[in-house]
Design a protein around this ligand. Structure first.
Ligand code: NAD
Length: 260
């Protein structure tokens, strides 16, 4: 379904980004991976699932907090893959503290990576998408793009901002073949959330399983983690022609978190 398209997924060396990259590769898209840590294993994994389609997989290690590196990433995608047809703004970090103790440096990093990076990739991707008459922009927001939790002021501000940004660009591109949407996961058991599981287990003197159970019970009525695979399949739907008129939405996949 996506053969010949190029999908750039930021922050795709682990977790949700890798799950989305795998789902898009299964549909035949060429993939540009990005993120920190080992890139060889994720590259091989993505290439393997797209092998039957003969996909190409690239990698660029841009730090998404740095606009000049984002420009280099987009130039790489243009030079190697003819530009980005599917842009998944997924890179993100978390930091948990009450606002009066929140380090200003962590605030700036969260806004830069979780919000401003999407502005930079989008402003650089849209001209090419307009020229081709087709594009998909998927912003990985969060349940925290729709509702708040205590001690996550920077993250909640960035994710609400990302949902607002999504709506604005969706309106600007509404009569074009480019759709722009956000997806809003609840808890997904990735390294980002494992840190919070470990912190809760330590704070409450319980084991990891009990900490997970308590986190789910507090927020996620299904009592099940959303998976990177499920988010990947939602992304495939948003890339399909069935979703041509899904525009400016913030699509929750949160086990009922935001229905409460
Ligand atoms: P993760 O920690 O597993 O993955 C984050 C990815 O981003 C990694 O590939 C990491 O290398 C990359 N990254 C971090 N900082 C970067 C930077 N400065 N430049 C480039 N890459 C960078 O986390 P995840 O849970 O998969 O999170 C992915 C996205 O999903 C984030 O935007 C997060 O806010 C969002 N999200 C996660 C959950 C959850 O429960 N895990 C829920 C809702 C939304």
């Amino acid at each position: 379904m996506l053969k010949g398209k190029c999908a750039l997924v930021t922050g795709s060396t682990s977790g949700i980004g890798l799950g989305i990259a795998l789902s898009l590769a299964r549909q035949g898209a060429n993939i540009v991976l990005n993120g920190f840590g080992d890139a060889e294993a994720p590259k091989a994994e993505v290439a393997a699932v797209g092998k039957d389609h003969g996909i190409r997989v690239g990698y660029h290690g841009a730090d998404m907090s740095k606009p000049a590196e984002i420009e280099a990433l987009m130039a790489y995608a243009q030079a190697e893959f003819g530009g980005v047809d599917i842009l998944v703004n997924n890179a993100g970090i978390q930091y948990v503290a009450p606002v009066q103790d929140f380090p200003a440096e962590r605030w700036d990093a969260i806004i830069a990576i979780n919000l401003s990076s999407a502005f930079h990739t989008t402003r650089l991707a849209v001209p090419g998408m307009l020229a081709k008459g087709w594009g998909r922009i998927i912003n990985v927001a969060s349940a925290h793009g729709l509702v708040a939790s205590a001690q996550k002021s920077a993250y909640v501000a960035a994710k609400h901002g990302l949902v607002g940004f999504t709506k604005s660009v969706a309106l600007e591109t509404a009569t074009s073949g480019i759709t722009v949407n956000a997806i809003c996961p609840g808890w997904v058991l990735t390294p980002l959330v494992q840190k919070q599981v470990d912190a809760r287990a330590a704070a409450e003197g319980v084991d990891g399983e009990e900490a997970k159970r308590r986190m789910l019970a507090e927020k996620q009525p299904s009592l099940q983690f959303t998976t990177p695979d499920e988010l990947g399949e939602l992304s495939v739907f948003l890339c399909s022609s069935a979703a041509n008129n899904v525009r400016g939405q913030a699509w929750a996949m949160d086990g009922g978190w935001t229905a409460q």
